[in-house]
Design a protein around this ligand. Structure first.
Ligand code: ATP
Ligand code: MG
Length: 492
């Protein structure tokens, strides 16, 4: 199923359900009103017919009716009652009125064709109502269809003598006019139905379009997003839930874009570092061999020529420079090689003490006070002792270098047990780091020192990250710096 098809399906569904709903409402209301009206009119007509039948029954003398015999149709008595009935027909718009005896046989008919004693066929279905009339209760029938297919309604009222004998039943038939009104109502309902159907189709089509269009835009944007395009936001054209969805979509896209950018930067940074590493390794190798030869020949020369004191001191200086160059080459190689860890259980206190020992000469020279606080209990790390010591030493040396004349070096360990890591903080009261430089601190070859390689902190970062830790810095210019190493703790 293609997308366009499925999108149209939603529009079709919305249109269909709205039209269905409208049709349902209009039909149920329409037909309810129709049947309520029909019931009301029917009942009213029934009551009216009963009144007419009563009225007719009371206006006819009941006692003499029992004497009417077949063949009396042309008699004076019969004729007078017939005329009376015909007047009722005319006055009350009846289709027919007649009297029947208690055996339900014709007595007097307003029309000419009902002979005395003949059966009245169309009364057959109304025996119940006729029985009630014989008990003295007037009744009306339900609507029924005559032989001519026209609807009729009848009412029956008893004719009673003074001693309460029922001598005849007065029957009145009427063709209800309200049926024509009902037909009109029915036609109106059908008409309203078709008009509202058309209107519902048109309106719901546009409504569905207004709902589906923004969704389509979102779908298109999602498709674009899935193809990696993260810069085009969806246009928000409404302030409803769909508009809100669009806003959420846009902020989600922006978040993904930023995340993507970050990831991209990280990958580029990694690639750059890898390239720098290769370069450093290559340079270090090229330099290391001639450097070793120079050192060797210097030693030979010193022994061969047995130099005077002044020359000897220069040779010592050259020797020192060679050593310093060697140290640089070593840094290059350390940085270039991704640290391969040899993990053992290491006591953090040992690491700190050994690193401080390695830096003790410089600390003493500069008269730097050292404060160590290792926390409540000594922490064991699962770490490469040499590498971690190297990292710690680099940080300590930086701290010492930031304090030209005395100061305080503080080493604090915070043991954050619930999160299972330790925070090793090395603080100094040195020159601090400018805001501009803070971001560049861990970049390889960034250095503000004359003889610095700028690899110290890059190596620290490599080592700490290899231990699944992170390193971060807090610094205020002229006040001091704190370098924090967050390292996972060995689980107890
Ligand atoms: N504790 C500190 N106080 C002030 N500045 C610092 C501190 N630690 C690092 N820096 C700054 O960060 C820079 C980079 O430090 P990093 O250790 O990487 O290189 P370096 O010390 O310059 O050279 P190397 O460590 O290779 O001898 C330093 O040159 C210095 O400007
Ligand atoms: Mg350094």
């Amino acid at each position: 199923m293609n997308n366009r098809h499925s999108k149209n399906r939603l529009q079709f569904k919305i249109t269909f359900y709205i039209v269905l709903l409208v049709a349902l409402i209009i039909n149920s209301v329409g037909w309810f009103l129709y049947f309520a009206a029909r019931h009301y009119f029917d009942e009213e007509l029934g009551k009216k017919l009963i009144s007419i039948a009563h009225f007719a029954a009371e206006s006819i003398e009941p006692d003499l009716l029992v004497y009417l015999k077949p063949g009396d149709e042309n008699g004076e008595f019969y004729g007078s009652i017939q005329v009376q009935l015909q007047k009722f027909d005319a006055n009350f718009n009846l289709t027919h009125s007649y009297l029947i005896n208690p055996d339900f046989k014709m007595l007097v008919d307003s029309k000419q064709d009902g002979e005395i004693g003949s059966s009245v066929v169309h009364l057959q279905p109304h025996l119940l109502e006729l029985q009630a009339a014989l008990q003295g209760n007037a009744r009306y029938t339900v609507l029924y269809q005559g032989n001519d297919n026209i609807y009729y309604k009848s009412a029956f009222a008893p004719l009673q003598t003074k001693d309460n004998t029922i001598t005849a039943i007065c029957c009145v038939d009427a063709s209800p006019e309200f049926l024509q009104v009902l037909v009109k109502i029915k036609n109106s309902i059908l008409f309203i139905n078709s008009i509202s159907f058309v209107i519902a189709v048109i309106l719901s089509f546009f409504l569905a379009k207004s709902i589906v269009n923004p969704i389509r835009k979102l779908v298109t944007a999602s498709e674009r997003m899935s193809q990696g395009e993260l810069t085009r936001p969806v246009e928000i054209s409404s302030r409803d839930e769909i508009g809100y969805l669009g806003m959420v979509f846009n902020s989600m896209q922006e978040a993904i874009r930023l995340q993507h950018e970050k990831l991209q930067n990280r990958i580029e940074e990694k690639e750059r570092l890898a390239y720098l590493g290769e370069l450093s390794a290559a340079v270090a190798h090229e330099i290391r061999n001639p450097l070793n030869s120079i050192e060797l020949y210097m030693g030979l020369l010193q022994r061969q020529i047995n130099p005077p004191a002044e020359v000897a001191s220069n040779i010592v200086k050259i020797h020192k420079e060679i050593q310093s160059l060697n140290a640089i080459v070593t840094s290059f190689l350390k940085f270039a090689r991704q640290p391969e860890l040899v993990l053992t259980k290491v006591l953090l206190s040992d690491l700190v003490q050994e690193s401080l020992f390695l830096a003790s000469k410089d600390l003493k020279e500069k008269d730097i006070e050292v404060r160590v606080n290792l926390g409540k209990k000594d922490v064991t790390l699962n770490a490469d002792a040499n590498q971690l010591k190297q990292a710690l030493l680099n940080v300590i040396l930086n701290a010492i270098q930031s304090m030209p004349q005395s100061g305080t070096l503080a080493i604090n360990v915070h043991n954050i047990e619930e999160n299972n890591f330790i925070l090793l903080q090395i603080s100094d009261t040195g020159c601090g780091i400018s805001k501009d430089n803070l971001d560049k601190l861990f970049q390889p070859f960034f250095s503000t020192r004359n003889r610095g390689t700028g690899l110290g902190l890059a190596i620290v970062k490599n080592i700490v990250e290899a231990h699944h830790g992170i390193v971060f810095v807090d610094s205020e210019e002229k006040k001091g710096t704190t370098i924090s190493l967050k390292l996972p703790m060995e689980k107890a």
